[in-house]
Design a protein around this ligand. Structure first.
Ligand SMILES: Cc1ncc(C[n+]2csc(CCOP(=O)(O)OP(=O)(O)O)c2C)c(N)n1
Length: 478
């Protein structure tokens, strides 16, 4: 069985070592990013008193490695790109980790932009399409960040609406199939799932179909923390390991017992995404992790219950961070302010304290563009290095690509260099004109609230902290 299309998946194995080496040089920065992500997540959940800390914490390593190693080709500034790799959070209840990562990376982009005003790093439409620190305190509130993944607006990073466990997987397989039929064979669909989410029946059907259709552009990443919503470990009722769950279906399986260590996680992610796949089958990588890592409680108790607001256990973890990074939070060991506005203002100031450590990396370096850049920028460019021997990234600015008219003659999509952000090269068979493709690359999607003539971005004023007049009544974590 060779699948529906005899697509040639480029085996990037020759690049894996180079990608790994580039990532390895940044592991120290990733560690800092991980710590800041943990902090802003906990601060947001503490304020909201709702959400799923356990599975969110255990996924930080695998997600940062996916997003920053070049395994996934995407542009944090332009989540609407049609032919960037796609991300489906099938474990849709763990949205806090995605919100926190996006907010931290976008804050790093802001810091980078402040450094010398380089527009390359600016968000193209203010915060309209981006999760920022200002959004974190709107989690699970009316009009704010949803409690499960929604593919819209600020959370367009998600390429499926998810929440019911396992239900992102069939959707992701459908997307992978559609991309292949469209000729976009280099565009991958990444799906993050927990072992609990592998139990619904649709998972079995998806595994069969994805193999039968030869969806080599489908990559599952399984957070194997062995706990779902119940008190007992998953392994007490579900026999086997991820190898047993996927290999009999013909999938390419890899994984690591060190699912919270940068080197092993990065190697595993890179191999799953871009390793040799001669049989052109779907891939799955598993990561043995600990649910609740870094939250102060682990396994089932960490699943969907946050520490009571400003509880001693909450402050205990904050104290570790304060000591490690030499910062001080406001209100340590004290009860939360009773006034809502005051409480949110304190939470906002404490988010700023956590994020302040991002601005401590002034080591300058030179880029191919000749501009002086901070080494810190490497953590926010989210760009995979080009293939060995390929054209270096173009140093176009946002304005270059979004404001100027399209060229009369366009180079062949096959030979177009990746943009400065390393977003996916356009597929040869996309069947769109340069103008339309250009629009897709540069402009926010149309919506009632976004009538964006040409490509000029609109941005709305934001307040900090964002105030909410009518908090939602939904508080329970499902
Ligand atoms: C179809 C469905 N049934 C039940 C739930 C309630 N639920 C929310 S999270 C969860 C457990 C998920 O476990 P796992 O996939 O292992 O997630 P992780 O440990 O990564 O958080 C369950 C059963 C749900 N979201 N969807």
């Amino acid at each position: 069985m060779t699948g529906l299309l005899s697509a040639e998946d480029p085996a990037d194995t020759s690049d894996l070592d180079r990608l790994f080496a580039a990532a390895e040089a940044d592991f120290e920065r990733w560690e800092l990013l991980k710590d800041v992500v943990d902090e802003v997540m906990d601060l947001a959940l503490n304020d909201r008193q709702s959400g799923h800390p356990g599975g969110s914490h255990s996924k930080v390593h695998m997600l940062l490695a996916l997003m920053l190693s070049g395994a996934m080709r995407w542009d944090i500034r332009r989540p609407w790109l049609r032919f960037a790799d796609r991300f489906v959070l099938s474990a849709g209840h763990t949205v806090p980790v995605i919100y926190s990562i996006l907010a931290v990376l976008n804050e790093a982009l802001r810091a980078r932009t402040e450094l010398d005003g380089d527009a390359t790093f600016a968000l193209p439409a203010g915060d309209r399409w981006s999760v920022t620190k200002e959004d974190l305190l709107t989690l699970r509130r009316r009009g704010g960040l949803p409690g499960h993944a929604e593919m819209a607006g600020k959370t367009l990073f998600f390429k499926a609406n998810t929440g019911p466990s396992g239900h992102g997987m069939p959707v992701a397989a459908g997307e992978a199939l559609a991309l292949r039929i469209a000729g976009a064979r280099d565009v991958r669909v990444f799906v993050v799932e927990g072992e609990g989410g592998l139990t619904p029946g649709a998972t079995h059907e998806t595994k069969n179909s994805a193999w039968g259709l030869g969806l080599s552009n489908l990559v599952f990443l399984v957070d194997w923390n062995d706990f779902g919503i119940d008190g007992r470990p998953a392994s007490s009722v579900i026999p086997g390991t991820p190898v047993d769950w996927f290999a009999p279906y013909g999938w390419r399986v890899s994984g690591t017992d060190d699912g919270m260590a940068w080197a092993s996680v990065t190697r595993t992610v890179l191999d799953a995404a871009r390793g040799d796949n001669p049989a052109r089958v779907p891939s799955v990588a598993w990561f043995k992790t600990r649910k609740g890592r870094g939250y102060g409680k682990v396994d089932a108790p960490s699943h969907g219950s946050v520490w009571p607001r400003h509880a001693p256990e909450f402050w205990a973890v904050r104290k570790d961070f304060m000591e490690r990074y030499g910062v001080s939070y406001e209100g340590v060991d004290a009860a939360a302010p009773t006034d809502v506005a005051e409480r949110q203002a304190q939470a906002a100031r404490n988010l700023d304290v956590a994020l302040s450590v991002l601005r401590r990396d002034p080591e300058p370096t030179r880029t191919p563009c000749g501009a002086s850049r901070a080494r810190a920028s490497r953590t926010v460019l989210v760009s995979p290095p080009g293939r060995a021997g390929s054209t270096p990234p173009r140093c176009a600015t946002t304005a270059d690509r979004c404001s100027s008219p399209p060229p009369r003659t366009s180079p062949s999509p096959r030979t177009s260099p990746a943009s400065a952000t390393g977003s996916a090269a356009r597929p040869a068979a996309a069947g769109t004109s340069e103008t339309r493709t250009r629009r897709a690359r540069c402009c926010p999607p149309r919506s009632r609230s976004s009538r964006t003539p040409g490509c000029s971005p609109e941005s709305r004023p934001s307040t900090w902290p964002r105030t909410r007049s009518r908090p939602s009544t939904a508080t329970g974590a499902r």
